[in-house]
Design a protein around this ligand. Sequence first.
Ligand code: EPU
Length: 421
Amino acid sequence: MKEVIKIEGGHRLNGKVTIGGAKNATVALIPAAILADKSVVDIFGVPDISDVESLVELLEALNVKVTKIGEDHFVFDTTNMENRDLDIDAVTRLRASYYFMGALLGKYGYVKMVMPGGCYLGPRPFDLHLKGFEALGATYVYDQGYYTIKADKLVGAKIFLDFASVGATINIMLAAVLAEGRTVIENAAKEPEIIDVANFLTKMGANIRGAGTNVITIEGVERLEGKPHDIIPDRIEAGTYIIMAAAMADDVTIENIIPHHLESLTSKLIEMGVNMEIGIDSIRVLRSDDLKSVDITTQVYPGFATDLQQPMTTLLTKAEGFSSVRETIYTERFKHCIELQRMGAKINVATAQAVIQGNGPLFGNKVVATDLRCGAALVVAGLMADGETEIQDVYHIDRGYDDIDNKLIALGAKIRREFVE
Ligand code: EPU
């Protein structure tokens, strides 16, 4: 038996939806919490997603005490923490388990863990993370699927990233906050999640400047102490609901967001003719017909987010004329297009690019969520389609979308889960 999501398409959406804490900040903040020396860390706004469950398993394997208080408040107690080899399944369930490399290396000078997993989006090397650790004085061995990284002592260094990688920027920060002396990360990534992690580490006693710019400077400190932190809202979850609303709203308000983080999306939607009112911490989307085609190129922040490229592709099937989507971050991130074709979408996929012929109806069909944001693209498609859509491999969606079924039901969508053969 496998779990599927079934959506009866064509129902207009109305009402309000509240966005949760950012997944891609959360999955770094939880490993960052282990840097707290024998103390308690309170994190608020933790989304109810399966990636968090996997990270909690990893913390428990390290003997960190995890307590959940209320809906979204977690307490992590590192008093009895021990550095153990991470060879449990949870490591391979998500990409972000690699943040334990930086955090454990920074704290103990030694980490051994199995190769991390996560969505397949084409090759996802982590050479830049390793290059950063080496620059700080660590050595690593990769043997039989395990990374062993160690250092007698980490010493600050100047590190130029060949690509402004989100993961490498955060991982090097995690390793460097307790290193001796100054680390400078050049060509650092600028995503809001990086600022959130830097703010959290700073509250705990770290000395970090420049997060959110392309040069981050870290002066190593001797000790970090647990402090409370509130996670920023999830710009990708928010963007996904804005796209759903652009497709199907009569009147939908997306709340608890930072509109500034979404400007690359909202500017494209305005270009398409989506009827939106942008507030201070919310966006209201009104019924939007006669959408126009647009061209999109994914880029590092503040450019158009690759994570929203997939749900956006679905919306573009509704726009008049030809739109194009070009990927510069993950050139193979187009599996959703094959699934959308099964629903009648007219999309040509070439190298790192898709061309969408819009204004064609979508029809319900059986489709597969091949990765997290492909799943989101298919939910958007299911809401738009004539008839019923069955989405398989929904565990991908549950890795990153907090309570998606109930949030959509509250907006008037007809969506349910079933177990099928
Ligand atoms: N890259 C390298 N070497 C490295 C690291 C990255 O070549 O050592 C390349 C990647 O192959 C890719 C590009 O650099 O082509 C960007 O990778 P980045 O390191 O920035 O991505 P990431 O840290 O692995 C995070 C998010 C992704 C999001 C990307 C880009 C997390 C846990 N994941 O991944 O989120 O797509 O940044 O913004 O933060 C998702 O949420 O669905 C998701 C995949």
